[in-house]
Design a protein around this ligand. Structure first.
Ligand code: IMP
Length: 192
């Protein structure tokens, strides 16, 4: 069975293919000739994941899913959250996003944060949401060169290395997206 994954990110696609395995074949909108800019304008991760999946369902009427992720910092009331990609400016600039977050937390003791991923799946018009979380804290300086986004300043609870210092295999085991995708995968497999 084919399922559409609303992404243009090849890294995410490979990760999802690795988790979901051979039972389902993941295809991207682009592979189906859909080049539309899928809207992502909601105020919550759930809203964005759902609106992207709904857009594809309305367009194709085929099983599909979409994800959205945010970094939620406790002392900042959950910011940058749904605005994580464009926290410092309208461009997705990870270096500036990290700089801004470090500055906002300057002098603040509570550096607790979590990554949260929401996946919205639509099969036969029925919506199911899956969530994955990774708890940790924000470091004072970036460290490591792996991963992407806020990885160099995110220290997972119980670890002495940032996400950017872990291998991608180590990160996938504990990551918010890995957890949400494995829940999605279990659900899909239970339908077979
Ligand atoms: P997206 O919804 O997966 O596109 O994620 C939105 C933004 O959250 C990204 O542009 C990154 O800034 C941040 N982000 C998402 N996942 C991760 C991650 O695994 N590590 C670090 N930053 C992430």
């Amino acid at each position: 069975m084919d399922i559409i994954f609303a992404t243009s990110n090849s890294h995410k696609l490979n990760e999802a293919r690795g988790i979901i395995g051979d039972s389902f074949s993941l295809v991207t909108p682009l592979e189906l000739g859909i080049t539309d800019d899928i809207p992502e304008e909601e105020e919550t991760l759930e809203g964005n994941a759902l609106s992207k999946a709904q857009y594809l369902w309305n367009r194709c009427g085929r099983g599909c899913f979409a994800d959205d992720t945010g970094l939620e910092v406790e002392a900042l009331g959950g910011a940058p959250g749904v605005r994580s990609a464009r926290y410092a400016s309208d461009e997705c600039d990870s270096r500036r996003n990290m700089q801004k977050l470090i500055k906002e937390l300057n002098g603040i003791q509570n550096r607790k944060a979590r990554f949260r991923t929401v996946v919205a799946l639509i099969i036969d018009g029925k919506v199911t949401l899956f969530e994955g979380e990774l708890n940790g804290s924000i470091t004072e300086t970036p460290s490591g060169s792996g991963g992407f986004g806020y990885d160099p300043i995110f220290l997972p609870d119980g670890y002495t290395k940032t996400l950017a210092e872990l291998t991608s295999a180590e990160k996938n085991i504990i990551s918010h997206r890995g957890i949400a995708m494995r829940k999605l995968s279990d659900f899909l497999k239970s339908m077979l």
